[in-house]
Design a protein around this ligand. Sequence first.
Ligand SMILES: NC(=O)c1ccc[n+]([C@@H]2O[C@H](COP(=O)([O-])OP(=O)(O)OC[C@H]3O[C@@H](n4cnc5c(N)ncnc54)[C@H](O)[C@@H]3O)[C@@H](O)[C@H]2O)c1
Length: 275
Amino acid sequence: MPESSSKLFNYAGKKVVLTGGASGVGAAAVELLAEAGCTDLTVIDRNEPTGAATAYVAADLSDPDSIDAACEAIGGGTDVLFNNAGVAGVHPSDFVLRVNYLGLRRLSEGLLPTMNRGGAIVNTASVAGQRWPQNLNEILELIAVDGWDEALGWIADHGELVDPTPYEFSKEVAQVWTMYGSRRSYLDFGVRTNSVCPGVIDTPLLHDFRRHLTEKVIDWMVDQSAGILTPAEIAAALLMLGTDASAAMNGHNLVVDHGFMGWFNTNQVDFAGLA
Ligand SMILES: NC(=O)c1ccc[n+]([C@@H]2O[C@H](COP(=O)([O-])OP(=O)(O)OC[C@H]3O[C@@H](n4cnc5c(N)ncnc54)[C@H](O)[C@@H]3O)[C@@H](O)[C@H]2O)c1
């Protein structure tokens, strides 16, 4: 255990890998990690980051070969992996699932065996995945499918489940994967796995959410959340899950939404704005 609280949020001496660091939440995390003392930060993204990352690996997280090459480039000794990159439901279902689940999983499994014990994997999921209990059996079936192409086959065969809301389904899978994968990561490798589940955040991706979820739904959520979340607020929660401040947390999906889901679950939101 850390000796003092000043060490709890400290990233000095840690090797950190972050996906999606070129924009939005990831870009905010790059800045916060530098402030927290991180001097070894590799960003994996299809776009080059402009922030204070110390290394950049260009990769397409929808492509298994590209992910494997990124793992090779990063090598061993990672302390914290932030799987943060994601895409909205404006893309074909298989692409959304490739980036938001299959790519996240492949990168984690590629780096995990050589990660340092005491390390952490932190996924960026979403409150959009809160309905995972309704689809748990199907999601566990998908998780049990070995192989990238085989999993894509399962996704294609389950269009009735995936296609109406591919983003929501991908984030349901991300939450279940966080719980499921945390057992092996912790027991076999001493690495915790958790996720942050944000509400609506003010990032470039919001443009796509407005397209696929509609302006009305997004505006309603922001109104009922007492304001939109900032990328820095989500980055702070991600960083907390990467440090010993969360040393006993594993397999946890942390909702970070100003309280919206709690109010929703206790019938305290006003649905009038959705009519
Ligand atoms: N913005 C929101 O309202 C919101 C809400 C809940 C959860 N999230 C999640 O937060 C995470 C960060 O999203 P953001 O809002 O900062 O979005 P963003 O679009 O600002 O940033 C996403 C980053 O991921 C990268 N990326 C996307 N697809 C990629 C691919 N195939 N290969 C490599 N890099 C890729 C992009 O280049 C970009 O740098 C995502 O997982 C998203 O689903 C966002």
